[in-house]
Structures are given as C-alpha cells and as structure tokens.
Write a protein that binds this ligand. Structure first.
Ligand code: SF4
Length: 279
C-alpha cells in the first residue's frame, strides 16, 4: 500500500506566521498573554499554545491584564475600538492576505460600490471583514442566495480567502445576470486554491483520501468535501486515533491531505500511525 502526500500539506503561510508572532511575543513577555478566540482551528495546536501560556479568551474584557493576539481572521472594527477604550495591547497576527480583502472592502465602499462578499456569513473572517465596509454589503455563500435585484450599482464581488473558486465564479456569473456593472476581485488565497486543486488531483489518483484537520476548521471541511465528490472513500479525521475505525480493504493508494491550520507535526504523526495500521 502506498501513501501519497498532497504537495500542499500542513500549516499555511498565514497560520505559521501567526504562531511565530505569538511565540516571539511570548518569549519577550512574562505575564499573562491571551488570544482573542483560538489562534487557529486545531484543538491539539491550541492546547500546545495554551501550555506555552497563550490563553484563549472569547471576550476582550477578560484580556485586560495582558497582551492579546489578534488571530489570522482579524477582529471587527467594534472590537478594535473597544480594545483601545480598555487600553488593551493588541498583537497583530492577522494574515496579510485577509488584510488585502479588508482594504478592497473599504476602498470599493468608499467609491460607491455595493460589495457582494462570497463567503460564509457566520465565519469570523467574514464577520470581521463586513464590519469595515464603507457601504452596503451582501454576503452569500451560493449564487441562489443573491437578491433578485441589487439595491445599488455598481457591484464588486470579493471573496472570503478560503472560498472555493468554482462557487466564486458562479456567484460572479449570477451577479452579471442581474446587472451590467459588475467587477470582481478574486481574493481567494493562493494557498487555498492550490490546496483544493492538489486535493482534487490526489482524490483522482487514490483509492482512499484522509484529510487531517480540526472539525471546526471550515477550510479542512471544504477540502474534504472537494475530495469526497471525486473519491467517496474520503475521511476527515482530527486525531490519529480515528485511523483505527477505517477499513483499508481494497486500497492500494492512500492520499494524505490537510487543512491550512493543521500543524506539520500532526501530519507526521498521522502518517506514522497510518503506516503502523496498514502494516
Ligand atoms: S489560508 Fe491563506 S488567507 Fe487564510 S491564513 Fe492561510 S495564508 Fe492566510
């Protein structure tokens, strides 16, 4: 049995950078230190960071006595203002690619555009981005969620960084059916695009795909969905112990992929345990 790794596996650039910022700050600061929400969507890595003294807090009021990390997704404008009012020191670990979307959001709003943001309305990145809008914003995850008519034109379509390309393109096309003045800026992160393309390639060439990542990680879930559409024997696992439940009968090639917030040490651990499981 062969194990083939996706060529884009383990942490993405933005999450690696956020962990580096966190650990550098931790090494310089002796008192309590916080992260506003988990720094990444991976429970094992969050526990590792907690052991290093980076405590997850959901509310700014509970971060008053220590520097507080702003994770890759960013925070809302209201949270930023509140932190200033409370005198909280914020440590910026926002992914530069998310910052690009925020700048487009502000700029197009200022220029009088209606922004269609292709993304999941409940995702922290989308909630944060939306709060910086300078004009009307419509958030849709699928084309059929678009309104019949836009209240305002021109329109620009932007995307959550981890949106899949096919759905984004379908949303742009549906906007063009509703109005003539539509621009698009495909602000999908290149890491997400490559990961999805590699995942699909892996699924086509494997008898089973194992996608490693937190169950609360939207990009891991999306990657697993993309792989499963091609290879139904796709399993999204969070922990190596879950390998025990898998049936490897008839499998010659196993593809290994991961979400952007899955640490490299966990990928190595899964591969090690997988080799033991298949003998
Ligand atoms: S997936 Fe892309 S946008 Fe998101 S944190 Fe990673 S590098 Fe940044």
């Amino acid at each position: 049995m062969r194990i083939v790794r996706s060529s884009h596996i383990g942490l993405c650039f933005g999450v690696k950078r956020a962990i580096r910022v966190a650990m550098e700050h931790r090494s310089r600061h002796t008192g309590p230190m916080y992260s506003l929400g988990p720094l990444l969507h991976n429970p094992q890595e969050v526990r590792r960071l907690e052991k290093a003294g980076i405590i997850v807090r959901d509310e700014l009021e509970k971060c008053a006595d220590g520097p507080t990390l702003v994770r890759t997704h960013g925070i809302t404008r209201q949270q930023l203002e509140k932190a200033r009012t409370l005198g909280i020191e914020l440590v910026d670990a926002v992914c530069p690619r998310v910052e690009v979307v925020r700048r487009h959001m502000e700029e197009y709003g200022r220029r009088g555009y209606l922004v269609v943001l292709a993304g999941d309305a409940g995702h922290p990145e989308v909630i944060a981005l939306r709060s910086y809008a300078k004009g009307p914003v419509v958030v849709v995850s699928r084309p059929d969620q678009l309104p019949e008519r836009f209240e305002k034109t021109p329109v620009v379509v932007l995307s959550q960084t981890t949106k899949d390309v096919a759905t984004f393109d379908a949303i742009v096309m549906a906007c063009r059916q509703r109005c003539d003045e539509v621009e698009q800026v495909r602000t999908i992160c290149s890491d997400a695009v490559r990961r999805q393309a590699d995942g699909a390639r892996l699924a086509r060439n494997s008898d089973m795909v194992i996608v490693i990542g937190g169950r609360n990680s939207a990009n891991t879930t999306r990657l697993a969905e993309i792989c499963r559409r091609i290879q139904p024997r796709t399993h999204h696992i969070e922990d190596p112990a879950e390998l025990k439940a898998l049936d490897f009968r008839g499998v010659e090639t196993i593809g290994l992929a991961s979400g952007a917030s899955t640490p490299d040490w966990l990928v190595d651990d899964v591969e090690r345990q997988l080799r033991l499981a298949i003998g």
